[in-house]
Design a protein around this ligand. Structure first.
Ligand code: NDP
Ligand code: 8X3
Length: 252
């Protein structure tokens, strides 16, 4: 049986990395993307014994960089069956009147425009072949706004809107579109949000059991292994302790 090809952005850490590890064991060939070349090389070495792997290092903010690496793919590698738009982060957690412009640019450029740039290159082939599955990693922050979440929430609301737009526009071409919206997942996410402040990042996950990246990877595998006629369109996933963006039952 021919393996499907999955392209994962943000595969160097957290949810993307866990997804790469699980898909390698579930009959997928992998195109793994991220900026950190050392991590891509390590993951390539780890997963190559299990499946075929290609790595692409690029910054999703830079369209010509994305286009160049995309065009470097040879043979059948551009025939991506599954696109997992996962690269993204929060930068800062400040009230709207004192937010940092560099943080705002980063969130809109990576989480929204980066997702669009990668999609614009990958989706035309899916349309031509009349098959494919796109999974966009949104967030509970794209369903509910929380204090000081302002621009990160806006970027994830945009991901939700783009997911719905893709589902409408790609409906004539047999392409499935899934939005996955996690709550609190313990990854490098908070370390990036708080600019390397380990103490502050660690507090986010204290006093309850947060989701693990593997929980989201597991959901992605479930989504991708449904019968052909089934689409899981929109999924919100919380840790048991979480009831909303702002309600989390903590013991400390
Ligand atoms: P991590 O910080 O662990 O991973 C983020 C990934 O995105 C890394 O692989 C990073 O790779 C990549 N990335 C970031 N910026 C860029 C860029 N400019 N160009 C290319 N790749 C980039 O966080 P998570 O795994 O938690 O986050 C993955 C997704 O899940 C994000 O979209 C996030 O918003 C979403 N999410 C996370 C939640 C959480 O609580 N953790 C909850 C809900 C949604 P590199 O630095 O090597 O480029
Ligand atoms: C990540 C979850 O609640 O930190 O998207 O925004 S949250």
């Amino acid at each position: 049986m021919n393996k499907r090809i999955a392209l994962i952005t943000g595969a160097t850490s957290g949810i993307g990395q866990a997804t790469a590890r699980l898909l390698a064991r579930h009959e997928f060939n992998l195109i793994l993307c991220g900026r950190r070349k050392d991590r891509l090389a390590q993951l390539n070495e780890e997963l190559s014994p299990l499946t075929e792997v290609r790595t692409l290092s690029f910054d999703v903010r830079n369209f010509s960089e994305v286009e160049n690496v995309w065009n470097s793919l040879t043979g059948n590698w551009k025939k991506v069956d599954v696109l997992i738009n996962n690269a993204g982060n929060a930068h800062g957690l400040d009230p709207i009147h004192s937010g940092n412009l560099t943080d705002w640019d980063a969130m809109m450029d990576i989480n929204v425009k980066g997702l669009l740039y990668v999609s614009r290159l990958v989706i035309p082939g899916m349309v031509e072949r009349q098959q494919g599955h796109i999974i966009n990693i949104g967030s509970i922050a794209g369903k509910e706004v929380y204090p000081n979440g302002n621009v990160y929430c806006a970027s994830k609301f945009a991901v939700d809107a783009l997911t719905r737009g893709m589902r409408l526009d790609l409906n004539p071409y047999n392409i499935k579109v899934t939005g996955i919206h996690p709550g609190l997942v313990e990854t490098e996410f908070s370390l990036v949000r708080f600019k390397g402040d380990e103490e502050r990042a660690g507090q986010v996950y204290k006093g309850y059991q947060p989701l693990r990246a593997e929980d989201i990877a597991d959901t992605i595998v479930y989504v991708l292994t449904r019968p052909d006629h089934v689409v899981l369109a929109d999924i919100v996933i919380f840790p048991k302790a979480q009831a909303s963006s702002v309600v989390v039952k903590k013991t400390v």
